[in-house]
Design a protein around this ligand. Structure first.
Ligand code: HT7
Ligand code: ZN
Length: 876
């Protein structure tokens, strides 16, 4: 397969002035008529018109009204080229597609009998021939024709300008989008759907129509998405002064979808998972996901749609910025300092669980990549989450008001344009008079920097020095990295646990100062330090780095109990746990006896029972580092040893804190009607964490407790938590009847059945044979991405002790499923293929099995570029 390089970017040879699309929709044979008005782009090098097109049949093409003969254009499996075209051209292109055969869910496809599109990144070329690249922006008019009985609802981007009957049982609707857009934002829906709608008044007084479209029977699950949409609109007005630019904004839910949702202009298409919720079927986590994703897609309207990407190497320009915006939105919606910290801790966990490993593996790439084979493989945690961290660091450097000024300048300069990551950085720098040149390395250099800190206190001089040294490991194709511009937020704690006043050369702060590390090594001086402090470094996780500081247990316990920064308070607890988990893992490997010290247990007890702390914070602080995060800290990974060590720690905590766990279980009940607000969700989370601990090696009383919660629950959070606890308890038949009744109750709720599969797939008691058996269940299908993810991805990525079975059976299963999925849906298959990224770090016996499985996939016939890129990079 061909590698595409950023350095080879050339402007399009022709620009598109307008697009008129006509669809005669039929699941077996849809006809697409496409009239494009093109003008030669003076920046373009030559006058060939290059149109992308894949998996579509060309019926005919006319240029300025005249039918082109096959000799006048070249047709390849990637598109259509018209040589030596005049400066102004109207093309009429007719194509035929078979949407019902399209299992890739890219382009125009059928889901549960309805039509949907997905065009990002390169799906539009599966609909018609077109310069399918984000720097070609055009105005679209769309005519949809379909059977009225089967497809009563016909939607596309922008405004509905005409609709009517066609007389033959078919009807039509004509849509016009007043804004120029790239082809990846095109969308259509032709379906039997119903909607919840509302007229909403913007701050300016203008009224808009908001709609959430779902299948019949799901109208009782749209309130939260609608509320989240209204909150998003209000938030973007207030925080960034950005108003909805359309008169109508639609969200449509679809059950077959490759990712979370898609920000098509005015017609967002969503995975049902991020729309449908009521207390009976959705958990607190689902509600939070809906709020975040509705916000994310809505915020794209400005960061992505009004200002888009010049090319796909700039993907993080829209994704990193929009993730940052949705993170801020979710934090502001909670509104409290601890609530904000809880969301920040969640972000740090995601980075460590997924982004740091990616940055250290064979698919590592900069936030703005230099090359790719398949763009769909680059919708990664690096582009999204690390990209958001990079934006957040800019806000830390220029301040919140400065960040707003930078955003204002960015839109003033680039509204209606397709631009680069550098343009965003330049707007931030120029609006604030800041030099952000060195900051560019966050976009160009891959890998997670390590910041090593050394401190020195001089009691006589009352000075304190912090020396920070940064380095960054080599990544594929990149060695000898240059120093980054790293904001390191620091506070100093006195013996009473309070923040000391800070006097430094560069900055003075009450409790926290932001040190700017720009050199390889730099020393920062603090004066007037009356006592030896405990340093609280990298507060609020001010940069996506690994902080290496040799904290003593006493210092960590001090931070754990007192740090005014809740993120570092949590971090201290994670460090205390991690040190012990690494030691326990080594002990398992060496066959040494395992023990957990009383100090650690006491710290856990104090945290669990500290009623002055928010339940949500306590719950997060009590979650031990995951097996994946522990593995990342080891040179050679033995997943069974890690699992045994972590389970031992969990068992020890459960045994030592049983009365306290039971008390917290009772104290954090949430009587009354269910509400997904952060306070109540936090209580449920803590209560259910306590339940999970109580169900480790349970006796009859604990099993009864879980069963009672399962039976009595009036909401899915509590019901699913009880079922998961029963499954994980490993008690013989503990979960069998609950699993059965859960399935019977929710047989017709696809998202709830996904949870049923997922809970079983992730349980340490579920081996590969059990997963294979679950695959034969009538409710299982590989064709639906949510279902495939719930069972197969959760096993391969979320059940390490079984996936890494010594005989390699987990890997053989993985290879089979990657190959099978690839034939249906390469994008989804390539994501599954990533579960083997870190294979070189495992113990030799496992490595051998993993390599064999990777080679089996790499050698399989007619593999997609998507999967081929992933497995060949892993094997390289
Ligand atoms: N911008 C979207 C990214 C996307 C996508 C969404 C659904 C299916 C396939 C897709 N390929 C790329 C989603 C987002 O970041 O908002
Ligand atoms: Zn996005």
């Amino acid at each position: 397969p061909q590698t595409i390089y950023r350095k080879n970017y050339t402007p399009p040879s022709f620009l598109v002035e307008s697009v008129e699309l006509g669809f005669d929709l039929d699941p077996a044979r849809t006809i697409v008529a496409n009239r494009i008005k093109l003008v030669r782009n003076r920046d373009g090098k030559h006058s060939d018109i290059e149109l992308h097109g894949e998996h579509i049949e060309l019926v005919g093409v006319r240029m300025n009204g005249k039918r082109l003969k096959p000799g006048q254009y070249t047709l390849s499996e990637h598109g259509l080229t018209i040589r030596k075209a005049p400066a102004k051209v109207t093309l009429d292109i007719e194509t035929v597609l078979a949407p019902q055969e399209n299992t890739s869910l890219s382009g125009l496809y059928v889901s549960n009998g309805n039509f949907f599109t997905q065009c990002e990144a390169e799906g539009f070329r599966r609909i018609t021939f077109f310069p399918d690249r984000p720097d070609v922006m055009a105005k679209y008019t769309v005519m949809l024709r379909a059977d009225k009985e089967k497809f009563p609802v016909l939607l596309s981007n922008g405004n509905l300008i005409e609709q009517g009957e066609l007389g033959d049982g078919r009807h039509y609707a004509k849509w016009e989008d007043p804004f120029k857009k790239p082809s990846y934002l095109f969308a259509l829906v032709a379906a039997r759907l119903v909607c919840q709608e509302e007229r909403y008044t913007l701050q300016s007084g203008r009224e808009v129509l908001l709609q959430v479209w779902v299948e019949e029977g799901n109208l009782d699950k749209t309130d939260y998405a609608m509320q989240s949409l209204k909150n998003s609109i209000r938030w973007d007005e207030q925080r960034f002064g950005l108003e909805l630019d359309l008169d109508r904004f639609m969200i449509v839910a679809v059950g077959d979808f490759n990712m979370g949702a898609m920000e098509n202009k005015g017609l967002n298409i969503f995975n049902t998972k991020y729309v449908l919720a009521n207390p009976r079927v959705a958990t607190d986590v689902d509600y939070a996901g809906i709020e975040a994703v509705v916000g994310h897609e809505y915020f794209h309207n400005w960061t992505g749609n009004r200002v888009t990407c010049r090319d796909w190497f700039q993907l993080s320009l829209k994704e990193g910025l929009t993730v940052f915006r949705d993170q801020e939105f979710s934090a502001d919606m909670i509104g409290t300092d601890t609530g904000r910290a809880v969301t920040r801790i969640d972000q740090v966990r995601t980075l460590r669980q997924a982004q740091f490993p990616e940055d250290a593996g064979p698919m590592a790439h900069p936030v703005r990549p230099d090359s790719f084979v398949e763009i769909n493989n680059f919708y990664t945690v690096t582009i999204y989450e690390k990209g958001a961290e990079v934006v957040r660091m800019m806000q830390t450097l220029v301040g919140r008001d400065g960040f707003r000024k930078g955003m204002d300048l960015y839109f003033a300069r680039h509204d209606g344009q397709a631009v680069q990551c550098d343009d965003f950085r330049a707007a931030m720098a120029d609006a604030n008079g800041r030099d952000l040149k060195q900051f560019e390395r966050w976009y160009s250099q891959a890998g997670t920097p390590v910041v090593k800190a050394v401190t020195q206190y001089d009691a006589a001089a009352q000075t304190y020095h912090i020396t920070l040294a940064q380095s960054c490991p080599d990544t594929p194709g990149q060695t000898a990295k240059l120093p980054f511009h790293i904001p390191v937020a620091v506070g100093l704690l006195g013996a009473d646990g309070k923040d000391l006043p800070l006097y430094t050369d560069g900055a003075a702060g009450q409790g926290t100062v932001v040190l700017e590390l720009t050199e390889a090594t730099q020393t920062f001086h603090f004066s007037g330090v009356a006592q030896r402090p405990t340093p609280s470094l990298l507060r609020d996780f001010s940069a996506p780095v690994v902080l290496d500081y040799d904290y003593s247990d006493a210092e960590l316990l001090h931070l754990f109990s007192h740090d005014s920064d809740p993120v570092n308070r949590w971090e201290a607890g994670q460090r205390l746990a991690m040190a012990r988990l690494l030691k326990l893992t080594a002990d398992v490997g060496a066959g040494a006896p395992l023990a957990l010290d009383a100090t650690f247990i006491a710290a856990q007890r104090a945290l669990l029972t500290d009623a002055t702390l928010d339940a949500a914070f306590r719950e997060l602080a009590l979650i031990l580092p995951s097996e994946t995060i522990i593995a990342e800290r080891m040179e050679v990974v033995d997943p069974q040893a890690i699992h045994t060590a972590r389970q031992f720690m969990r068992r020890s905590i459960a045994a030592a804190l049983k009365p306290e766990l039971l008390a917290q279980y009772q104290a954090n009940q949430t009587p009354g009607a269910y509400s997904p607000d952060a306070q109540s969700a936090g209580k449920r989370a803590l209560k259910n964490l306590a339940l999970a601990y109580l169900l480790i090696a349970p006796q009859a009383a604990e099993l009864e407790l879980a069963q009672r919660q399962f039976d009595a629950a009036d909401n899915m959070t509590d019901r699913a938590a009880a079922l998961a606890a029963l499954i994980h308890s490993g008690a013989p038949d503990g979960a069998a009847s609950a699993l059965k009744s859960y399935f019977a109750d929710f047989e017709h709720e696809a998202l709830v059945i996904d949870k049923w599969f997922a809970m079983q797939a992730g349980a340490p008691g579920t081996d590969v044979a059990a997963v294979r058996k679950l695959m034969t269940h009538p409710a299982f299908t590989l064709k639906n991405p949510n279902r495939a993810r719930s069972l197969i991805f959760n096993f391969c990525g979320g059940n390490p002790s079984q996936f890494h079975a010594a005989d390699g059976s987990g890997y053989a299963f993985w290879a089979e499923q990657v190959i099978a999925l690839d034939a249906l849906n390469p994008q989804v298959a390539a994501r599954l293929a990533r579960s083997m990224d870190r294979w070189r770090r495992y113990v030799p016996a496992l490595q051998a099995h993993m390599k064999a499985a990777l080679e089996r996939v790499a050698g399989s016939a007619s593999l997609s570029n998507d999967v081929l890129e992933v497995v060949s990079k892993a094997l390289a």
